[in-house]
Unconditional design. Structure first.
Length: 134
């Protein structure tokens, strides 16, 4: 049975999730805006690419930690990017992002896959070196 408190919490969570989606799209738009400094563009693009990537750096099937990256890293990245982007530019892109929809980023997925492959190769190399010394 759902109480009004449960419904209120769910409503706030849905609102928060919508604002995260809107901000990710606004960051993507800001990263392509010539009025935004290069360092803010880099942060905004990295956050948007990670948030839109269908593959996480820490997979969601890893207990607890898998969801922590989505719940902590993405909002912290958004907060950092929002502080670096001029307020008037961000407000303009937030208004645009409210009505638009952004597809998942395949490029970001390839970057995350490359990171995982690189980490796997490093782990295999370290394991082989360990086995050679024993």
């Amino acid at each position: 049975m759902t109480t009004s408190a449960d419904a209120s919490i769910m409503g706030r969570l849905r609102s928060w999730a919508r604002s995260i989606k809107r901000d990710v799209h606004a960051l993507y738009l800001s990263a392509r805006d010539p009025r935004v400094p290069w360092y803010a563009k880099a942060v905004a693009l990295a956050v948007a690419a990670y948030a839109l990537s269908p593959i996480d750096l820490i997979p969601d099937f890893v207990p607890v930690i898998g969801y922590l990256d989505d719940l902590i890293l993405v909002p912290l990245g958004i907060l950092l990017a929002v502080r670096l982007i001029p307020a008037d530019v961000l407000a303009e892109h937030r208004a645009t992002a409210t009505d638009a929809r952004l597809a998942p980023s395949r490029g970001a997925a390839f970057v995350i896959i490359a990171i995982w492959i690189g980490l796997a190769l490093v782990a295999i190399g370290a394991g082989l070196r360990y086995l050679e010394t024993t």
